[in-house]
Every structure is written in C-alpha cells, then in structure tokens.
Design a protein around this ligand. Structure first.
Ligand code: ATP
Length: 549
C-alpha cells in the first residue's frame, strides 16, 4: 500500500527494534551492505540461517515424512521459456505500476490509498529560440499554437493546507526542466477532489498513468543474447512440479489424492520491495501441488486450510494471530476456483503469509496443450483418464521467518538473576523446535579447568543431536541475557555442585531422584520463565531432544 509515512509509532518502533536486533545478533543483513545494499535482497547471518533451516526442515518433515501421500521434489530455477508462456506468466504476471513524476519512485497502482484534498494544476511552457530558453508559468493550459513544449503537472494538498505548499512541490518538479525561480507559478487552476489515487501520498506530486510491468526477471541462456535464448528466473516454484507431474507420478507409485512438495528460491522484480524481508525480489517458497480427483477440489481446499493453520500453531504462531481471508472473486488469480489467504498480524499490518488456492486443472491443461504431451492420470478403479484438480498451499519462507521473529520478540522488566536489580530484558520466545540454537552451555567460571572440561564434555555430548553454543565470557547473568536475545530456550550451567556433588537430595528436571552427594548434575535454566532446576548430565540428551522435536 502506498500510504503517507505515518504508521502507528509503537508498531513502527517495534519493527525498527526487530530490524536492529536482526543485524546485531546476526539474523538478517542487508545484501551487499558495504556497497550501499541492493533493494529487495537480504542475507541471513549465522542465527538467521539456522532459524530458516529449522523452519524449512520442519515443513519438509510435516509434508514428506509425517504423511505418505506427498513426495519431495527439487526443480531447477531456469526452465524452458515455453513453460512461462503456457503458464500465463509471460502475458499476465504483471502489476500495474505508477511513477511519481517528481521523485521517479515507482509504486503499485493497485495498492494506492485513496486521498482527498485540493488539486492544483500547472503548466509551464518552454521555448528555445536562437539558443535562448524562455519559460512561462500559466493558469491552466497554454494553447498549443503558442509554440514550444508544455509541461503539465499537478499537486494534491490535503484539506486545510495552503496553496504555497503545492507551489513548493511544483517548483521542485519544474526545477528539473530548468525553470528559474523568478518565473511565477502562482496562477494555477484548482479543484477539490475526493478519493483519488492519482497523486503520491508521500509528497502530493502527480503520478504517471499506470503501466503494466511484468515481474519476471529476464535472462539469457548461453552466449547468444537474442529472443531465442531468453528465459526467466522462476517467479514461483510450482511450475516445475506441474511439468514433471507425469515423471513423478510414474516413479512415486501413488494414487490420487497425492502431492508433490518443493522448497526453493523464487524471484520477482517487485515494483516496491518493503517492510524488511516481507516483500523481497529474491525469496523462498514452500509449495505443495496436491492433485485430487475432479470435483473434490473444494473439500481438499478446506482440509488444507485447517492443516496449515494447525501447522502455524506448531511453529509458535497462535491461531488468534492468523487471519483467514476468503479471497473475493474479483481479486482471485484468473485460474483459481477458490483461494484462502492466511494472513499474520505483522507490526506493519495484517499481511499474507500463505495462499491456498484451488487451481482446478488449469496448469496441467495448459502444459498438456502447449507441449502436446499427455499429462492425464489413469484411474485404475474407474478405468478413466482425466486431468486431476490441484490444491496448492504456497507459503513464503522469508515471510514466515519474519513472522516468527515478530511473534517471538518481547521486552520485559525483570530482576537480574545475580544482582536482583530491575532491568529490561529482550527475549526471543521462539518455539524450541524453531530456535536457531537449542542450548547455551556455560562453565560457571572460565579459570577453573575442571568446570571448563566438564562444560566442553557436555557440549560434545549434545552436539550430534542439536545446535548448541558454548560461552565462558562474562558473568553468568550476562551470558543468559545474550542467549535470551538469540532465542535459545535452555541454558546449561556447569557449577561447583556438578563437580563436588549435590548439596542435598532433589528431584531432577526429568523426575528422576538425585541423591545428596551425587556428582554430574547441572543447572538447567529456562528462557521464558527464567526458572532454574537441576538435571543429571546423563538425562540432558533425552530431555532436550524431547523438548525440541
Ligand atoms: P502478494 O500478494 O503479497 O504479492 P502473492 O499473492 O503474489 O503475494 P503468491 O504468488 O501466492 O503471492 O506466493 C505465495 C507466497 O510466496 C506468498 O504467500 C508469500 O508468502 C510468498 N511471496 C510472494 N511474493 C513474495 C515476495 N515478494 N517476497 C517474499 N515472499 C513472497
């Protein structure tokens, strides 16, 4: 949405804090930062890549391991250009674009926010004769017979704002064609306008007429750069799964309903990338093409909606934060027979995380016709051949990572665990299965070799099972704060009781009784409650593995 920069301050600052934390802790960096960045491209740092990997691995596990009606697939990013012609992307994968005549910034015309106010219209006439340039500013239009070039421009100012502010914007525009300051611009025509989308809400300047802009990145395959070598970076992962439908069907030995799952990069030359990673030009998708018997698409659409809502809960995004939008007929992609958008309450607004579309048999039909190769399914029971219908849950990896970060981010006033003083702690409350690092391991003191050796041994014990971190620098309280900010759910401290034996008998975190004097127990500290309890080192692998699965 192009809207005036006046977002709610609390949410704006929450987003700013998240962006800052992402850089500080190594979740997400701007791509090519030292060269000024590249708009719409992002790099995931050491923690970000773990978070993203956990997310993708869990999706993959849910789709291809925990159910036996979906098989995995990994298609190429570059495909024969005929794929994109048949799928409709060459002709229709576009957004209407408008350009601000003053700043040259481009926006999606269909995302403009209607505005009301007073529109001021200007014309400046420029003639060049015998090498001399003359300018005249005018009310309304000059008759064309007057000669020279005419530069029309208009400005919208909100109700109650002065004409002078419109003149100021117009003067900036005309300065670009060399209009000197002394040429008067105060003789415009003006009129009140309601709900117009012809002006840039950021500065009131006139926008160009909408132009259709194809979002695919064009490239050339091979050394000759001509029309015959053109193809595109895929704007979605789906098409490879459609064009390989027959091959996969033959090897998978599955009956309908069955699906193909894929995770991979997609590229869209978005007109206006924004909201951190939310709208990027390079991103990853997690998509299933689920093939079903004709006529059963609508019921599968409902099943997938419920399935996906439960999945978001399982990764730590509560049901209450997801809005299900039934996409109205007028807004649906032309091939869709029904679409739900699952939207999340981001700090910058409720926005799409995933689209679940009943695509009918559109894609298979298009590819069958264009390639001349049959893509029908032979139904053993009815002895009929037909094109299956497809239901497609299509989720964005990067948008879900962003939602996980927004959902996890919390600031709270707590008592320092050592000094007892009140302080603000920043904590990322990731669901343990999503957390980039599962446990931080700390020897209480770094100058006690026995503590360090035991801590290193605990690290070795856990490393084959999960990502852990080791830290011996600074006070234990500081080390806990650091892992809180990284979202690590467990802290494990090796202390003197570990070496000397438990001071008294107690029940371990796993429920096992621990005798007084028993060695090799450690402090287990929980990120969210900050509660501490003791557990035997031998019980750690089982306890943690269950907590993070
Ligand atoms: P939008 O309306 O936000 O542009 P879309 O409806 O075009 O999204 P789909 O084509 O349905 O998106 O793509 C499926 C998913 O891919 C989206 O739900 C989103 O999570 C992700 N996605 C699409 N475009 C982008 C992008 N530019 N940056 C990051 N993720 C994206």
């Amino acid at each position: 949405m192009i809207s005036a920069p006046m977002a709610e301050p609390a949410s704006a600052s929450k987003m700013e804090k998240i962006v800052a934390l992402c850089k500080r802790r190594g979740f997400i960096f701007q791509s090519s930062e030292i060269y000024g960045g590249l708009n719409g491209a992002w790099d995931y740092g050491p923690l970000g890549v773990e978070l993203k990997r956990n997310l993708k691995d869990y999706w993959w596990k849910c789709m291809t391991q925990l159910r036996d009606d979906i098989v995995g697939f990994d298609g190429s990013i570059l495909m024969n250009a005929a794929v994109w012609k048949a799928s409709g992307h060459v002709d229709t994968f576009s957004d209407p674009m408008v350009e601000c005549l003053l700043t040259k910034k481009r926006y999606r015309a269909d995302q403009s926010e209607p505005q009301s106010g007073t529109a001021y219209y200007y014309t400046v006439q420029k003639t060049v004769q015998d090498g001399l340039t003359e300018f005249v500013g005018s009310r309304g239009d000059f008759p064309t017979a007057y000669g020279g070039s005419h530069y029309h421009f208009s400005v919208l100012v909100p109700k109650g704002k002065s004409e002078a502010s419109a003149n100021k914007v117009a003067r900036q525009y005309y300065a670009q064609i060399g209009l000197p300051d002394e040429v008067a611009l105060d003789a415009q025509t003006s009129e009140p306008v309601e709900n117009t989308i012809k002006f840039n809400p950021e500065n009131g300047a006139q926008l160009s007429e909408p132009k259709v802009f194809n979002l695919m990145f064009k490239t050339y395959v091979g050394p000759v750069q001509d029309d015959s070598s053109v193809t595109y970076l895929r704007p979605e992962t789906a098409q490879a799964m459609f064009v390989q439908f027959k091959n996969v069907l033959e090897v998978a030995r599955k009956k309908l309903p069955f699906g193909i799952a894929q995770i991979g990069k997609a590229f869209r030359n978005e007109i206006n990338p924004r909201n951190f990673t939310f709208r990027s030009r390079e991103f990853e998708q997690m998509e299933v093409e689920f093939f079903v018997k004709p006529g059963t698409g609508p019921e599968w659409l409902e099943k997938w909606k419920e399935d996906r809502l439960a999945w978001y809960e399982a990764i730590g995004i509560p049901r209450a934060k997801i809005h299900v939008l039934t996409v109205p007929d007028a807004d649906r992609a032309f091939y869709s027979q029904g679409t739900y958008d699952l939207e999340y309450e981001f700090p910058f607004g409720v926005q799409e995380l995933e689209g679940i579309a009943h695509r009918g048999d559109y894609d298979l039909k298009q590819h069958q016709e264009a390639s001349g190769k049959p893509l029908e399914y032979f139904d053993e029971e009815t002895k009929q051949k037909y094109l299956p219908e497809v239901v497609e849950p299509s989720a964005g990896v990067d948008r879900t990572v962003l939602a996980l970060l927004c959902e996890a981010y919390a600031e709270e006033t707590v008592k320092d665990e050592e000094s007892g003083k009140e302080e603000t702690r920043v904590v990322l409350r990731f669901a343990p299965r999503m957390a980039p690092v599962k446990a931080g391991i700390f020897p209480l003191l770094k100058n006690k070799p026995e503590l360090v050796a035991t801590a290193r041994a605990v690290q070795k014990l856990l490393q084959p099972l999960m990502k852990v971190s080791y830290d011996e620098a600074g006070s234990i309280g500081k080390r806990y704060r650091r892992i809180d900010e990284e979202g690590t759910p467990f802290g494990i401290t090796i202390d003197f009781e570990t070496l000397e034996g438990a001071k008294e008998a107690f029940t371990s975190a796993t429920g096992t009784p621990i005798q007084a004097g028993q060695k090799d127990t450690v402090t287990l500290r929980h990120r969210d409650s900050m509660k501490q309890e003791r557990i035997a080192i031998a019980d750690l692998p089982g306890y943690l593995a269950r907590a993070i699965i």
